[in-house]
Design a binder for this molecule. Structure first.
Ligand code: P6P
Length: 339
């Protein structure tokens, strides 16, 4: 009765990670404890995001509480929740959040061996129109026992030990990789548990969707312009690609991961480093894409080989199906040869 087994053998994210971690005899459960605090943060944000629309719609007391305080913006609230959850886990030493100008250094009595970089609510400008938004995170391990510094997170993405995102959309889905493939967990609100629904996600080798903000086309460089032109007017008689662009990175990357294709936020004349942030947007999504059999490229190099110098540094990014990213790499290589 496989179906029954599925119903009774609930593979929750905690059980899944415990199974994964049991492969490392030296692991003391620290990562599992860290992850359980990230999961708690995601559950809180999921419920707050779902209520926000309602509160705004019918002016529930929650919107401005009884002291008349303006309800905190959801991204600030989400940031507070994640920072508190991560510090109280006792498993982190350095935190970098899109919401905080400076890194957070955990007080010594609560320090642990992980450093977490995260965007607590990416795409939050889309909340009011009901578009999916998400939390994105990446995890490094601390490699010393001295005072932690930003050097502990200014490391290439290829030193990350785990990465993931939680998408708050029609359902709440947490997609995670700890370095052995990519796995998707869907929140069952009746249980309050993330259940494994998408084991071992692999991105199609080639896709027929491209995802970019065409509004920036007049500022693109040659290779990006050529690539997008090729998507729309293929010369080899193949069908044109479809354009899908939500404008919320988690939604666009999640669709790319499941359906295949390519997501681009290229450099342009206005923003030579593109718009997306290296530590908590580019690295985690690139880590996941590579783990799912895809790849991620900056226009110059493999995205995970970037070495950030500032915690809020940006980079152009082209990520998705292996063959699609190969095509844009070839166009940038040709440009390189010409220069
Ligand atoms: P644009 C959202 O503001 C965000 O940071 C990402 O989630 C998204 O991919 C990108 O910016 C959208 O940027 O310039 O196309 O609106």
């Amino acid at each position: 009765h496989a179906a029954d087994a599925h119903r009774t053998d609930l593979m929750t994210i905690t059980r899944f990670v415990l199974n994964e971690q049991s492969k490392y005899p030296e692991s003391r459960g620290d990562f599992t404890i860290l992850l359980s605090h990230i999961v708690l943060g995601c559950k809180f944000v999921c419920s707050a995001v779902n209520k926000a629309g309602l509160a705004k719609l019918i002016g529930l007391a929650g919107e401005t509480n009884i002291q008349g305080e303006e309800q905190k913006k959801l991204d600030v609230l989400s940031n507070d929740v994640f920072v508190k959850a991560l510090v109280s886990s006792g498993r982190t030493s350095v935190l970098v959040s899109e919401e905080d100008e400076e890194a957070t250094f955990v007080e010594s009595s609560k320090r642990g061996k992980y450093c977490v970089v995260f965007d607590p609510l990416d795409g939050s400008s889309n909340i009011d129109c009901g578009v999916s938004i998400g939390t994105i995170f990446g995890i490094y391990t601390l490699t010393h026992t001295d005072e932690p510094t930003t050097e502990d997170v200014l490391k290439p993405g290829n030193e990350m030990v785990a990465a993931g995102y939680c998408m708050y959309g029609s359902s709440c889905m947490l997609v995670l990789s700890t370095g052995t493939g990519v796995h998707g967990f869907t929140l069952d609100p009746s249980l309050g548990e993330f259940i494994l629904t998408h084991p071992d996600i692999k991105i199609p080798k080639k896709g027929n969707i491209y995802s970019v903000n065409e509004g920036n086309a007049r500022n693109w460089d040659g290779p990006t312009t050529k690539y997008v032109e090729k998507c729309k007017f293929p010369k080899d008689g193949s069908p044109a690609k479809s354009l899908r662009y939500v404008g919320s990175m988690v939604a666009d990357v999640h669709r790319t991961l499941l359906y295949g294709g390519i997501f681009l936020y290229p450099a342009d004349k206005k923003s030579p480093n593109g718009k997306l942030r290296v530590l908590y947007e580019v690295f985690p999504m690139s880590f996941l894409m590579e783990q799912a059999g895809g790849q991620a490229f900056t226009g110059k190099k493999r995205a995970l080989d970037l070495v950030p110098e500032k915690i809020h540094e940006r980079s152009p990014i082209f990520l998705g199906s292996y063959d699609d990213v190969e095509e844009i790499k070839a166009l940038y290589a040709m440009e390189e040869e010409k220069n």
